[in-house]
Every structure is written in C-alpha cells, then in structure tokens.
Design a protein. Structure first.
Length: 360
C-alpha cells in the first residue's frame, strides 16, 4: 500500500489515451549513476535489497583484459601514480579487444530468460527500476541472472566489461593504468536494446568505456493473487471501444515512478478502487467495479517514464491492444512490456456479447 500511495494515484476518467496531465504531474524516474568501481565514494553508496545482503558485493576486481581469471584489486594510493600505463593500455585497445566481444557473443542465455541485446559498446541507462549491481569475477550470465532471481522484484540484467581507472584519477594522476570490471546491473523493469547507450565517461584524461554489453529479461512476470493472466501485449496498450450498450468501460489510470515494475501494484489499485466504489455506490446506478487492467512501461523516447496501469470494468481481449504510442509535439511516447490481467472470479462481461452488462 505504501508503494501505491507513493505513486501518482490519479484516477482521471477520460480520455483513455495517454493521460498527459497525469504524466506531467509525475516525479521523474531517478537516474542512477552507477559508480566507477575504483571511485572512492562509490563503494559505500550502493545498497542492495535485503535478500541480497548475504551475497557479498565484491570489491573492485582488477583484470588484465586478456586474463580470464581476474584478480582482486588492491586500492592504490593516488600518489603512487608513478606506475605508468602500458603503451597499449588505451580505450581504443580495450574497445577492440576480441576477448570481450567473444565472451558477449558466445554467452549462454540462461533458461527462462530472453536476450534483449548483445555485444553493445554501451551499458543500459534510463531503465525503469534500478536495483543495484554486483562486480563479477567472470563474464557469467547464469550467475548474473541467478543473482537477479534472488532479488525480489528484479526482472532484468545488464552484464558488461568496463574499463576503469585502477586508482582515482586526480590532477596529478590524470591517466592511471586501467583495470577491468565485469558488472552485473539489476533492474526491476525490462532492459531494452535502445537503452544500451551509456558509452562511458572521461575522468581527467582517463577514458571509461564499455564493451561486450548484453541485456537479459526474465520471460515471466508474476500474477497477482485473485487475477488471471498475464496476457502479453508486447509494445501495445489496450484501447477499448465503448461496450455494446455504448458505455465507457475505462476507469482511469494509476502511474508509478518508483520501481520495481510490479503488476501487483495495479492489482491493488484495481481491487481497492472496486472496494471504494462498492462502499460509495452512486444513488441512481450500480457501482462500477474494476475487473481488468493493463500495465506497461511508458517511454518518452528511450527514457522510461513509469509503470502505467489502466483500469476497466470489463475484460478486453488482446485484439484491442492497438495503442502503440502517441506523439506530443516532438515527444514520442511509446509502450513496452505490456501485460493484461483479469479478475479471476469476477465473471466480467465479454464485450462481444454484452451478456453481463450491468446496465442497459
Ligand atoms: C590490448 O588489446 C589486446 C587484444 O586486442 C590485448 O591482448 C592486450 O592485453 C590489450 N592491452 C591492454 C593493456 O589492455
Ligand atoms: C522470473 O520471474 C518469475 C516471476 O517473478 C520468478 O518466479 C522466476 O524465478 C524468475 N526467473 C526465471 C528463470 O524464471
Ligand atoms: C473480483 O470481482 C468480484 C466481483 O466483483 C469481487 O468480489 C472480487 O473481490 C474481485 N477480486 C479482486 C481480486 O479484486
Ligand atoms: C462499465 O461501466 C459502464 C459505465 O458506468 C456501464 O455502463 C457498464 O455497464 C459497466 N460494465 C460492466 C460489465 O459492469
């Protein structure tokens, strides 16, 4: 319930298209900056879900890119920048290292997961529901997804090689020797190919770059109790017509901006909307109950805006999933990770027959 209240719980009746008034009222999805492993402050700021507390986040790992058994890094004092990088210790050399592309292209997609993208030179950014990261000792996709499975709410991962400074670059040590970190980043929302755009940064003269970046998404999404589904709707949202008696079945929208993505949030909204309506019935008509919802990640370009839930008083089949996005000026709002769920005991009306229409 706390999460529900924290979300922008705006029930706005019409129209059914994207509710831009509600969208404008949202807090932006936080943009985490995943720390460079050797940055002094970075190691202390990462908090993991409680379920991951047992699994240790290893300290930075220093690896020779050609060495498949990376070694633990020893924090080196900045003043020791006397160690100069090898002649071929450059970002270009890192980016063209075939050991990384081979590992990424050859990685096994774990059972139950789908590969979203492979061997990109960027890590994912602006993905919904950032949940932290681990540094791995090898490019192990199974370990990375298993770790995600252990985190409640985690549904996708990004694994990649990162060229990190072995000591923090300073004005007197602008381009220290590199070390290689293998990062596994956890998300409570889907990584997408178009999100793999974070291609590094400069720290003084040191160039942090990414290689062999792969994204994986868990194939299944949990079904909230009391509901049946999910019906996968891909990149489209339900756009229900009026029912056969000419009445609108749309009951409004709820949007959440603090992940992880969770159909249970919409289910709670749907069920509690019904409870409220039944407790406060209109004087002249039957109370409308929520029997069906569609939830998805709403994107503005490649950035996630939030988890969107649309509520309906009857169940609509996947054939009505025809809204694949909307333009507002220059902004293209699109839909991804769309699923529908239906009250499993409600006996909701089927629009083709209107058999159970509550009102004539
Ligand atoms: C430069 O790249 C080659 C492979 O392309 C690799 O063998 C070598 O270790 C790299 N050097 C450094 C310092 O990263
Ligand atoms: C995927 O997600 C489901 C539902 O949240 C979870 O039960 C499962 O452990 C996850 N992993 C796999 C491989 O299905
Ligand atoms: C499903 O609908 C029925 C009938 O309106 C209602 O009693 C029940 O609470 C609903 N279930 C959920 C999970 O909201
Ligand atoms: C849904 O709500 C509309 C408008 O209030 C109403 O006319 C219609 O009968 C309701 N449908 C169901 C299945 O309750």
């Amino acid at each position: 319930m706390a999460a529900l209240l924290a979300g922008a719980a705006i029930a706005s009746p019409l129209p059914q298209g994207l509710d831009f008034a509600a969208i404008d009222a949202l807090d932006p999805v936080p943009t985490p900056s995943i720390p460079i492993v050797n940055a002094a402050a970075a190691q202390t700021t990462i908090t993991f879900a409680a379920t991951l507390a047992a699994s240790s986040v290893s300290a930075a790992i220093q690896a020779n890119p050609t060495d498949t058994t990376p070694k633990m890094v020893k924090r080196v004092d900045d003043s020791s920048c006397a160690v100069q990088p090898a002649a071929d210790d450059t970002a270009d050399n890192f980016s063209s290292n075939t050991a990384f592309s081979d590992a990424a292209n050859g990685a096994v997609t774990p059972a139950g997961w789908t590969l979203a993208y492979a061997n990109q030179a960027g890590s994912s950014q602006s993905v919904y529901g950032y949940m932290g990261y681990s540094v791995l000792s090898s490019y192990d996709t199974a370990a990375c997804t298993a770790e995600c499975d252990a985190i409640e709410g985690c549904s996708s991962v990004n694994i990649y090689y990162e060229r990190d400074p072995s000591v923090d670059p300073t004005s007197t040590c602008t381009n220290p020797p590199s070390s290689t970190a293998i990062k596994c980043v956890y998300y409570g929302g889907p990584v997408t190919a178009s999100s793999a755009t974070n291609d590094g940064q400069w720290r003084y003269d040191f160039h942090v770059v990414i290689a062999g970046s792969n994204g994986y998404v868990n194939n299944s999404i949990a079904t909230p109790s009391g509901y049946s589904g999910p019906i996968p709707l891909g990149n489209a949202a339900i756009n229900a017509p009026l029912d056969c008696a000419g009445h609108d079945t749309y009951m409004g929208v709820k949007i959440f901006t603090s992940g992880p993505f969770d159909a249970g949030l919409c289910a709670a909204a749907c069920s509690s909307q019904s409870e409220y309506n039944l407790a406060h019935p209109p004087s002249d008509w039957e109370a409308q109950t929520c029997q069906f919802f569609n939830t998805y990640v709403l994107y503005d370009g490649s950035e996630s805006v939030g988890q969107y839930c649309t509520l309906y008083n009857e169940t609509w089949p996947a054939s009505y999933a025809t809204n694949d996005g909307q333009w507002r000026g220059e902004d293209h709002y699109t839909i991804g990770y769309s699923y529908a769920f239906s009250n499993s005991t409600g006996g909701a009306d089927e629009p083709a027959t209107c058999a159970n229409a509550a009102n004539p």
